[in-house]
Design a protein around this ligand. Structure first.
Ligand code: GLN
Length: 292
């Protein structure tokens, strides 16, 4: 079969199965299998695809037809210009989360110590370390299987082996929130599970049936983890240290209030590119004033 015929077969099968972005997904999977690029469809559509590659492609199309996310099929997702390994044990890094990283980077200084609570694939922590100098980070997650993915990502990206001040630049700890966390930090970042339990059954199949529910479920009102993290983080923040949260589009007010009641200063909401509230942050007051 020719390259473009294989592609059209993929588009047709995915469309029949009700996959919305069928053309994009069919093309990306074909490029993944054949090690080709975007232009091959236009420029080399008439080249023959080896039988073996064709069979692998048909197999992956079958997988995608079940609504398994493309990222889990290919085992990777780009985030902050870096490629992260992903599997069913971690949430797929979202573009929205780049807002959290970008905002945190504006307040991050050389040599700071960072804690990423609910690190999942490690995408937030590892991006912060990649785009800063001399910072040290700890990623905490309740899931050992998620941390195995984070460890692999750390190995492939700047930071794991490099030692700063005699410490690894980055390490991971399996912990139910702060239970096993030690030390104090200049910045705590978190994209915790924040979807109210009853909303989960209405999510798209890709998310509902394949992403880890413990990475999504924010319990009754979706705010459980914000309350827990905001109150306990104070003991793990240095004076003037920042707490950064990613939030759901309708949670800015509620999370701001939780942080205010816990005693944080300078509480600020930041919007994403769609104009929706996406990040809330504040800092722990210090007698010596704000750390800038
Ligand atoms: N920190 C990870 C991410 O943003 C995982 C978040 C989660 O599991 N809720 O992708």
């Amino acid at each position: 079969m020719k390259y473009e015929e294989v592609y059209h077969y993929g588009v047709h099968e995915l469309a029949e199965a009700g996959i919305g972005e069928n053309e994009l997904d069919a093309r990306l999977l074909l490029e993944y299998v054949c090690h080709t690029g975007r232009n091959d469809l236009l420029a080399h559509g008439d080249r023959e695809v080896p039988e073996e590659e064709k069979n692998i492609y048909f197999d992956l199309i079958e997988k995608r037809k079940t609504h398994r996310p493309l990222q889990y099929i290919m085992g990777r997702q780009e985030f902050m210009g870096l490629v992260f390994k992903v599997n069913e044990h971690v949430l797929i890094p979202r573009q929205d989360t780049e807002i959290l990283v970008e905002e945190a980077l504006r307040h991050l200084h050389d040599g700071m110590e960072i804690l990423d609570m609910c690190t999942g694939s490690g995408c937030i922590l590892l991006s912060l370390l990649h785009y800063s100098n001399g910072c040290i980070g700890v990623g905490a997650d309740i899931s050992g299987k998620a941390l195995a993915v984070a460890e692999e990502n750390a190995k492939r990206l700047k930071g794991r082996e490099e030692k700063e001040k005699g410490k690894f630049r980055c390490r991971f700890v399996q912990s139910d929130l702060f239970e096993k966390v030690e030390g104090t930090y200049d910045m705590i970042v978190s994209n915790p599970p924040y979807i109210p339990t009853e909303v989960i059954s209405g999510l798209m199949e890709e998310v509902r049936d394949y992403e880890p529910v413990e990475a999504l479920d924010g319990k009754e009102d979706g705010l459980f983890f914000y309350r827990e993290i905001a109150s306990h983080a104070l003991a793990f923040l240095k004076g003037g240290g920042y707490l950064f949260f990613e939030i759901g589009y309708d949670q800015a007010k509620a999370v701001g209030k939780i942080m205010e009641e816990a005693g944080y200063q300078g509480i600020t909401a930041v919007k994403d590119y769609a104009g929706l509230d996406r990040v809330v942050y504040g800092w722990k007051s210090a007698k010596s004033g704000r750390k800038e």
